[in-house]
Design a protein around this ligand. Structure first.
Ligand code: FA5
Length: 350
């Protein structure tokens, strides 16, 4: 290869190695490959060569031209990548494209009371369980001592699905599964069953200020040796005083539910009207909040627990109504309204 070509190749290598910005690289490209560039000049000079030298020289210069073009392209890519890296490093560490005054949202009042109740019951040793919204007839009724065609089914106008399953009309639907899950630890190791299971319930209700067709309950069960109504009342009182942080007037009256015996209705004095009567409490001054009772022996037996050895209580707290009372929401329908203006004003700290 001609010396001039070898020297030029060497020069190109050395010059490109030193270049650190795109403008210098472009100057180098022009100086070798431009119209007046040194490689172009070599090609032009070929016309003065003897015929026998032209072929070999031409091939060598073209090889040099390809070499220069490739190296310049490679360097160009490297410099651009470096430039992007530097720009990324120099960028502020937050997303400048996100809107200012970002509204981070808020928890729904029902979520707030649900979490509060979970915290209270967890602190008293209860496990928190989740359960399906679509359940079987066995789970929602039969395992709860409500056989087919029992009139107690009329108390809950239930949505049945075409496949025979149904939308859970009460969180009690999880009772059997909970007894079966925790029963072995009770029987074998003497660990009491203590669980709560909040969930959404569905009933074909005519809605009014205190009834919705979709609402939340929180079920609770405790089973051990010698559990009595006193234990039930203690846990109900503790829960209410913790949620409201003040004394609340309550009343306990007999209530019928086939899965408890005896059964009670636990009502609280309406906090919207102070007990004088309003649409939120159907003008009675009292709001049905938390039916409860001692678990019926048939239900314990169906859950694999011997009712001669163990007793327990269960309650079905109306979480949606609890949220109404806690936050002074007069109409239950506001809670499903999707109105951010009314729903976003509540916080954990209240
Ligand atoms: C039951 O659902 C029983 N499973 C509760 C129970 C559990 C009793 C364990 C005994 C032992 P009831 O249908 O009364 O009971 O509903 C319980 C609570 O859910 C009511 O007191 C009320 O606070 C709430 N609730 C019931 N229906 C609605 C509704 N349509 N809208 C809003 N809240 C409701």
């Amino acid at each position: 290869m001609d010396n001039k070509i070898l020297e030029l190749k060497d020069e190109i290598e050395k010059r490109l190695a030193k270049i650190s910005d795109l403008a210098d690289l472009d100057n180098a490209r022009i100086s070798y490959l431009g119209k007046k560039g040194s490689i172009t000049a070599l090609l032009k000079g070929m016309k003065d060569l003897a015929a026998d030298q032209k072929k070999a020289f031409g091939a060598d210069v073209n090889q040099l031209k390809t070499f220069a073009a490739e190296r310049i392209e490679q360097k160009n890519k490297e410099l651009k990548e470096k430039q992007i890296e530097m720009e990324i490093k120099a960028m502020p560490k937050f997303d400048i494209s996100s809107p200012a005054n970002l509204d981070t949202g808020s928890y729904h009042p029902i979520t707030l009371v649900q979490r509060q109740c979970e915290t209270i019951f967890k602190s008293m040793g209860f496990n928190v369980e989740d359960y399906a919204e679509v359940v079987t007839d066995y789970e929602c009724f039969e395992s709860l001592n409500i056989p087919k065609h029992h009139p107690a089914r009329d108390m809950q106008d239930t949505y049945y699905l075409e496949n025979g399953q149904l939308l859970k009309s009460q969180t009690s639907a999880a009772q059997n599964a909970i007894l079966r899950k925790y029963g072995p630890a009770l029987i074998n190791d003497g660990v009491p069953i203590k669980a709560i299971f909040p969930g959404r319930c569905f009933r074909n209700e005519a809605t009014d200020a205190c009834h919705e067709n979709t609402f939340f309950q929180m079920e609770g069960v405790m089973v051990d040796k010698d559990i009595s109504i006193s234990n039930l009342i203690y846990f109900m009182k503790t829960m209410l005083s913790e949620v409201f942080q003040k004394d609340i007037k309550v009343r306990l009256r007999p209530g019928f539910f086939p899965f408890v015996e005896p059964g009670f209705e636990l009502d609280i004095s309406c906090l919207i009207c102070g007990g004088t009567g309003c649409p939120s409490c159907k003008h009675s001054g009292w709001l049905e909040l938390c039916p409860c009772g001692m678990i019926h022996p048939n239900v314990l037996r169906e859950g694999g627990i011997d009712p001669d050895q163990y007793t327990g209580f269960a309650f079905g707290l109306g979480l949606t109504r609890l949220a109404m009372m806690k936050y002074g929401i007069k109409d239950i329908r506001d809670l499903n309204s999707g109105s951010l203006k009314s729903l976003s004003q509540f916080t954990d700290d209240e």
